[in-house]
Design a protein around this ligand. Sequence first.
Ligand SMILES: Cc1cc2nc3c(=O)[nH]c(=O)nc-3n(C[C@H](O)[C@H](O)[C@H](O)COP(=O)(O)O)c2cc1C
Length: 220
Amino acid sequence: MKRCFSILFLSACLVFGIAACGNAGSAASGTSGTSGTSVSQGSVDTSSDDTKTTGDSEEHKEGDKVLVVYFSATGTTRDVAEKIASITNGDLYEIKPAVEYTADDLNWHDSASRSTKEQNDKSFRPEIGSDPVSLDGYGTVYIGYPIWWGEEPRIMDTFVESYNFDGITMIPFCTSASSGVGRSDRNLADNAGSGNWLDGQRFAGGASEADISSWIGGIQ
Ligand SMILES: Cc1cc2nc3c(=O)[nH]c(=O)nc-3n(C[C@H](O)[C@H](O)[C@H](O)COP(=O)(O)O)c2cc1C
């Protein structure tokens, strides 16, 4: 029985390792992000007890526009995000890390790699490099990410903690080698502290437009 479990675990690791490292980008070198948030542009609500980006008004107007926000280290989540945007006629916003993740950074076999260290520290907040987005007019935000160590990458927490999602339906989606959504959707909702968060949906890499469409059609 123990041997059986070991074989299963090793097989899962092999599949997961290939998926994780198969097409990792390798732009900037560097091993760790810096903490902080990126709300230097857009309107920042300083009247409340925090400094969350709210767009052009303090409260969101009822909006029917759709925004698809995503972080993708190796392109899998981007593919799903683009399909969601195409199906919903939504806008796309990419969360780009201020310091891009290299293949070494993403090496989950290495306990000293940047991603492993970040995932081991729930309070770590990698800095976002992309310009902030105004949420005005958006009634629905799909928010996508890869599963890292069973959870959302910490940069997703940087994002949700930087914005005020009042009046917006938040729909998490993720991609992974094999893990489910786990508690990532709840983590994001808890850390955001605003917005109407629905349950998350996990997709495998290369999910078809038909599958994604069918999921979207079933949301209400
Ligand atoms: C640091 C790291 C940790 C990961 N942890 C998991 C995991 O716990 N479970 C899983 O099924 N896949 C895991 N993966 C695989 C990714 O979730 C999967 O390849 C995902 O689709 C990548 O999305 P992306 O290309 O948008 O970055 C991990 C990948 C990396 C780089």
